[in-house]
Ligand binder design. Structure first.
Ligand code: BGP
Length: 479
């Protein structure tokens, strides 16, 4: 089995996890710059600990990351050598608008992405741009409290207009927000939100979600107006919840967990809040404040395709005892119970290639829009040999099985799929843990958790393997 010509094979990164150069080229401070490495990371990411400036007690991995700001030509050349058709990256908002909503954009920041896109095209690589990937300008967090405040919509649309006008001829594929459902789990990462004492967290999160959804719809409308032919997608942190048993109570519980995530893209793909979501918010005492035309905007700004990340499936039970005793099935961000049928990665993420086929089918059944797998991969420890080679057979095995599942979904189930960009095609900072040790790349970067390392890039075995996969459109999986 293989993919048809035109299928976009490639890799994905995010500015906050690879660019570095956090104060260079006129860039302003952004939310991820103040999310530290270590035990406080999740507290800050979840909005439970307020940190809007850097201090001396913490280390901030985003400041240098893998310094792609200075290495992008070399890195894109390596992507070109692997045969990428597509490279997913995100824009650093504060490189363009250092305070988030400045009157004039920062020309140095704009020129940086111009050059980066030109470099992609030189290698025949189609850029796929995430407008906002875990990235809220600190100045706007100080001014508005992040996406809690409706005025964020205008700031975001201002950014979009600048991007679309400047890059409309260079970029066809766009994503409005990375993993928009992460807002519920990591409100500071997803929306620049930290909670004040006594604040109603559900109310704040869903109101912020509403603002992001309206902003996303406005971006879609604007993109279609300014860039005819552009494709704008939403992006979900996917992976179905399975019921722990065939007990209907478990099945209902798993459905509810799935709905928490679908909530967002149901709105982005269908243009309205689902009935069950309205009821659920009502029961939780959440009252959404809406402007008069918000519903019309949501209805008009539906996306052209559904993109998603897939690393693992999840499992859930309705029985509190089971949850208590088998609670290590999720990850640092989303909790779940252990699925006894699956093996786990070194970080406890449960490996489930068939789950990818299930996810593809579920999403297509639900939305009937083209899909795009924009993240998939294995976070693992790599050990360079004395001669510098890296034999990452575990990563190849993971990707092979997932690509097989994807091939089956497309060829046997008929799912329309635009492309596959594996996550962290070059090693970068982990979003959930801030580690460098948790590597996804096919390109190794000599950088350690403590910030040491030469930043030298080298090719892992998976580099040569993926090169063949792409060249054969998925037919040669190296078995
Ligand atoms: C997704 C994010 C990415 C990425 C990936 C892997 O949630 O969109 O930014 O980091 O997960 O997660 P981690 O880095 O925590 O291993």
């Amino acid at each position: 089995m293989k993919m048809k010509p035109g299928f976009l094979w490639g890799g994905a990164t995010a500015a906050n996890q690879c660019e570095g150069g956090y104060l260079e080229g006129g860039r302003g401070l952004s939310s991820v710059d103040v999310v530290p490495f270590g035990p406080d990371r999740m507290k800050v990411a979840r909005g439970q600990m307020k940190m809007l400036e850097c201090d001396d007690q913490h280390v901030y991995p985003a400041h240098e990351a893998i310094d792609m700001y200075h290495h992008y030509k070399e890195d894109i050349a390596l992507f070109g050598e692997m045969g990428f058709h597509c490279y997913r990256l995100s824009i650093s908002w504060t490189r363009i608008l250092p305070n988030g909503d400045d009157d004039e954009p920062n020309e140095e920041g704009l020129a940086f992405y111009d050059s980066l896109f030109d470099e992609c095209h030189r290698w025949g690589i189609e850029p796929l741009v995430t407008i906002c990937h875990f990235d809220t300008p600190i100045a706007l967090i100080k001014k508005y409290g992040g996406w809690k405040d409706r005025r964020m919509i205008d700031a975001y649309v201002k950014l979009c207009r600048i991007l679309f006008e400047r890059y409309g001829k260079k970029v066809k594929y766009w994503i409005t927000f990375n993993e928009i459902n992460m807002l519920l789990h990591m409100p500071f990462m997803g929306a620049g939100i930290y909670f004040e004492e006594g604040e109603d967290e559900e109310q704040v999160k869903y109101q912020a979600a509403h603002h992001e959804l309206v902003a996303s719809a406005k971006a879609v409308i604007l993109a279609h107006e300014l860039m005819p032919g552009a494709m704008v997608g939403c992006m979900l942190a996917a992976g179905n919840f399975y019921p722990y048993s065939s007990n209907p109570a478990d099945i209902y519980k798993a459905m509810e967990c799935d709905r928490d995530n679908y909530f967002f893209i149901d709105v982005q793909a269908r243009g309205a809040y689902p009935v069950w979501a309205r009821k659920r918010m009502e029961r939780a005492g959440v009252t959404l404040e809406m402007a008069e035309d918000d519903e019309a905007v949501l209805a008009a700004g539906t996306v052209d395709y559904i993109s998603f990340s897939y690393y693992c499936s999840r499992c859930m039970s309705a029985d509190p005892e089971i949850i208590k005793n088998h609670s290590r099935g999720g990850n640092a961000v989303i909790s779940a119970v252990v699925n006894p049928y699956l093996k786990s990665s070194e970080w406890g993420w449960q490996i489930d290639p068939l789950g990818l086929r299930i996810t593809l089918n579920t999403l297509y059944d639900r939305y009937e829009k083209p899909l795009f797998i924009v993240e998939n991969g294995l976070g693992a420890v790599d050990t360079p040999q004395e001669d510098g080679s890296i034999h990452d057979t575990y990563r190849i095995a993971y990707m092979r099985e997932h690509i097989k599942a994807m091939l089956a979904a497309v060829n046997e189930d008929g799912i329309p799929l635009l492309g596959y960009t594996c996550w962290g095609c070059i090693d970068l900072v982990s979003a959930s843990t801030g580690e460098m040790k948790k590597r996804y790349g096919m390109i190794y970067v000599d950088k350690n958790n403590d910030g040491t390392g030469t930043l030298k890039r080298s090719k892992k075995d998976s580099f040569y393997w993926y090169q063949k996969v792409i060249a054969s459109d998925g037919e040669d999986l190296g078995e």
